[in-house]
Design a protein around this ligand. Sequence first.
Ligand code: TGC
Ligand code: FAD
Length: 390
Amino acid sequence: MASFKGVDFYNVSDLFSEEELMIRDTVREFVEKEVVPIIDAHAQAQTFPMGLIPKIGELGLFGAHLQGYGCAGLNNVAYGLIMQELERGDSGLRSFCSVQGGLVMYPIHTFGSDEQKERWLPKMTAGEAIGAFGLTEPDFGSNPAGMLTKAVRDRDDYILNGTKMWITNASIADVTLVWARIDEENSYGGFLVEKGTKGFSTPQMKGKWSLRASITSELVLEDVRLPAGARLPKTPGLRGAFMCLNQARYGIAWGAVGAAMSCYETAVNYAKSRIQFDRPIASFQLVQRKLAHMLIEITKAQLVCWRLGRLKDEGKLRHQQISLAKMNNVQMALDIARNARDLLGANGILDEYPVMRHMCNLESVNTYEGTYDMHTLILGQDITGIPAFT
Ligand code: TGC
Ligand code: FAD
């Protein structure tokens, strides 16, 4: 059993089944043994811990909420707990799994042909193939509908041109799901572009202070010729891309709780042992207030996740409910990471503690998969019936 006990002030564990708890504890132990000891070195070196991929595959964590093709077929609460535990290790690791399972395996599973499913899903489940998801462009982030990347039909083929930016995993991916405008249909489509395809390159983006243990790349498509069979045939236009985002946003809502738990635990332990003015800093009221605030916010976020997961399992989840959880939980985790960093004083900036890494990571998590403000507007539209995006 992992030494990390988790944060559970309201006995939220009682709300989970034995199987869900067993999965959570398995991933918790994996993260404690295999991720925590190596992740800082990877963040410092700006590398992804590639050696973890086959192990995650063996554990059955890739696309664990999908059925068939070797996928674990778990419920959404178990899937959420996996994301929570992975992000307790590092947001980059959860990101890797979100992209693989939620943004590539899910659309292949949901919108793909039998051939596409057979070709990619078993390998991706095992971690033998890596996926990436290309939606964002240099000039179109929050508003992907404006994308310039185009797919033009040429007899039995499509020809793709365009540029994508900020694409997780792309430089190491075997297959990238590229979203493109299809003018002749007045719609959008998703295309599976394989590594090595002529005209397709994936230069890695450098210089990030955030998600350093995660690979982020551009996509450059110059007259990339793809057979019609590379298109996901059942994609309902841009709504298909948004359906993928729902999967990843759901995982992020849970993952943020993991990062927050890591920062909170670190802060509590540090505050109890750090002596100033002849007393542990944990004895000062201002410090206790910060710790109490962290605990309250984590507890609320845990309950949001639990309810979100049960709604998803019951098939009743609306995407606006995911928006509430994503924006709330990431903001909560960012706030806790910043407070924990403060509580650790100068030590808070060292890689001996995970808080600065989490804090920097969460800045990206706050931005990707829809910024805090975009989710505010999604909720605003849901409340009022009036879209305020433009
Ligand atoms: P809009 O006109 O509102 O909608 C078009 C169609 O899509 C439907 N829809 C959704 N369906 C399911 N789930 C959702 N979340 C949906 N959101 C919208 C909508 O009902 C409509 O359907 P239909 O049948 O009527 O056509 O579209 P819009 O272009 O005005 O966009 C609205 C907006 C701003 C909410 C959307 O553009 C948005 O979500 N922007 C944020 C962009 C974003 O989140 N990008 C993420 C890129 S991927 C990434 O960041 C990966 S990070 C790596 C990791 O996850 O770890
Ligand atoms: P912009 O859209 O330019 O937004 C800038 C600011 O303006 C934000 O504060 C935003 O909230 C605000 N804003 C924009 N529109 C409005 C409005 N209507 N009203 C009020 N405020 C507004 N994308 C992918 O497709 N695949 C990936 O794998 C992927 N991975 C990523 C990994 C990392 C590390 C990062 C940082 C990003 C990744 N992204 C990925 C991109 C991510 O989804 C976008 O960065 C995000 O959607 C925001 O787009 P933008 O950066 O262009 O910001």
